[in-house]
Design a protein around this ligand. Structure first.
Ligand SMILES: [Zn+2]
Ligand SMILES: [Zn+2]
Length: 333
């Protein structure tokens, strides 16, 4: 029996192999974690299950996209406030629209943060050990699958994300705009993010139309604190941004709600993996995704999804050696 360090050296020198189907389990798969990366399971289990644990994907492209998202919302905020509402002579119009727009923008950004910093349902890394499989107490003939990339035992409907470098339960897709996977645990926040962005886009488009009409009727020099050409450019840019995001986010929102209602993730639809599990009715699936019976909390990015999700994966098991096979069948004896 080799120590984990010896196993790693085998891998480094290209002698390690995986998925050969042999029963010995004496090698670590080529893509498996090196000892420094291999987090002890009990610790990883805590990281994955604790709601308070910070989750953040260190992906340059995703971080840039997430920053662009915030800058675009802040641009809309600037134009709405400083070009349209503050120079307006109608105080009621400014207060009502200002409150509505700022509330929706705040909820959109809060949903974005929650979607980005919530563990989407990552399966503990490196739990494909004999001890863990034994702890699952599977029935004879049952088959479990190991992910050769993150060396975890894949639960049903989990998929490996190459950006997050983890297997994610009920992974729908990896969204660079929220720099995270959309999965079982953060789909609600992603749906809310798309909904609030669609709503602020619609609202700002309506305000741009009203403001153009107001400027045409009134003197162009008095309808904004900026010069008429600057006002027109700022409004047209906001119009473009609003239209683009209204289309993009409302399509995304519709697709996500459809996915939840049909109990079928984007990846499953893509891979044609539908119908392999007992589907739950639409209303039940919505309740599961939004964390409880229908209430205002469904629209709040601040209400959590409750504890106890995916509990079987979160049982602490002793650290052991990663098994070699990618498909493990429990013997019938
Ligand atoms: Zn994986
Ligand atoms: Zn991902």
């Amino acid at each position: 029996m080799k120590s984990p360090v010896h196993r790693c050296r085998d891998v480094e020198h290209g002698r390690g192999h995986s998925g050969s189907g042999g029963g010995g389990g004496t090698h670590v798969g080529t893509n498996c974690l090196v000892p420094e990366q291999r987090i002890p399971i009990s610790k990883d289990v805590i990281t994955a299950s604790a709601a308070s644990a910070m989750w953040f994907i260190k992906d340059a492209c995703g971080i840039v996209c997430a920053i662009i998202t915030w800058l675009l919302v802040l641009y809309a905020e600037f134009v709405v406030l400083f070009v349209m509402l503050l120079p307006s002579k109608n105080l009621t119009y400014s207060i009502v629209n200002g409150t509505l727009f700022n509330t929706l923008a705040f909820l959109a950004l809060a949903s974005h943060l929650r979607a980005m910093c919530t563990d989407p349902g990552a399966v503990p890394k490196g739990n494909a050990t004999k001890e863990y499989i034994e702890s699952l107490q599977l029935k004879p003939g049952q088959v479990v699958y190991k992910c050769p990339k993150c060396c975890s035992i894949k639960p049903d409907r989990a998929h490996h994300c190459s950006v997050c470098k983890r297997c994610i339960r009920k992974m729908d897709h990896h969204c660079p705009w929220v720099n995270n996977c959309v999965g079982e645990n953060n789909q609600k926040y992603f749906v809310l993010f798309t909904m609030y962005i669609a709503l602020i886009s619609l609202h700002s488009l309506a305000m741009v139309v009203f403001h153009f009409l107001y400027c045409f009727e009134d003197d162009w020099t008095k309808c904004s604190s900026f010069s008429p050409p600057a006002t027109v450019i700022l409004l047209i840019l906001l119009c473009f941004e609003g239209l683009l995001f209204l289309i993009f986010t409302s399509v995304m929102f519709g697709t996500q709600v459809h996915s939840i209602c049909t109990d079928e993730t984007g990846i499953e639809r893509l891979k044609g993996e539908t119908g392999k599990w007992g589907k739950v009715p639409c209303w039940e699936a919505l309740r599961a995704a939004f964390g409880g019976p229908f209430s205002l909390a469904w629209c709040s990015p601040f209400s959590g999804l409750g504890c106890g999700r995916g509990a079987p994966e979160h049982v602490a098991v002793p650290q052991g050696d990663i098994i070699e096979e990618d498909v493990i069948e429990i013997p019938l004896n």
